[in-house]
Design a protein around this ligand. Structure first.
Ligand code: CO
Length: 211
């Protein structure tokens, strides 16, 4: 059997076991999704949103890219964000990075990866903002770990700089923004940042939002 055929076999077993446990499970999800969470995570295969949070289909709206970035000209991310915030009205947006992130590690080197350089440039900018703190770390490992945390925090702040979030904060007092970091070695998530609706922003990033 080819490896991809195994996936289809697994799927059959999974669908049957879900139905066995809860005969209406798929019926309930067919017509509506009401997730409370938007997850912005890394594409890394070791950090699957549902598994590590113990959630089921229907509970988390997910966007993943290399190094869990919130890039303000990324139409893909912005579309997901707008839909999640304005239509699904999620209560929480979570940016989840992870220690040992290859994207963050690559951005700290001088290696060129082709088109990927354009994406990783955004992480180099995070490094530039926090160069002093990161360079003061005694080991390369600690440098990378701190950069993973700082990158997550910057992405949360980048969410708050969008009109999508600012409009929603004004109109419905939500969502809450969270920055988390997942540890590959023990499977535990560490919260590193939280922004409540209406949080104070750097004046230059605050938009005049009409009611
Ligand atoms: Co990663």
């Amino acid at each position: 059997m080819d490896s991809y055929e195994q996936l289809l076999m697994n799927n059959k077993v999974w669908a049957e076991s879900m139905t066995e446990r809860d005969p209406d499970f798929f019926k309930r999800l067919t017509n509506v999704q009401q997730p409370e969470f938007l997850w912005i995570g890394c594409s890394d295969s070791r950090v699957p949103a549902n598994e590590i949070t113990g959630t089921l289909p229907g509970q988390i709206f997910v966007h993943r890219n290399i190094a869990n970035m919130v890039v303000n000209i990324d139409v893909n991310l912005l579309s997901v964000l707008q839909y999640a915030v304005e239509v699904l009205k999620v209560k929480h947006v979570i940016v989840c990075g992870h220690y040992g992130c290859g994207g963050v590690a690559a951005a700290l080197t001088n290696r060129s990866f082709g088109i990927l350089d354009t994406w990783l440039r955004n992480i180099k900018d995070v490094y530039r903002l926090h160069k002093e703190e990161v360079d003061a770390m005694p080991t390369e490992q600690q440098r990378q770990d701190r950069m993973v945390e700082l990158n997550v925090m910057e992405q949360v702040m980048d969410l708050s700089k969008t009109t999508i979030i600012q409009k929603s904060w004004k109109n419905r007092g939500g969502p809450h923004l969270h920055g988390w970091v997942y540890r590959l070695s023990d499977g535990v998530i560490k919260p590193v940042m939280e922004m409540n609706p209406g949080s104070e922003l750097d004046p230059v990033h605050r938009y005049d939002i009409e009611e």
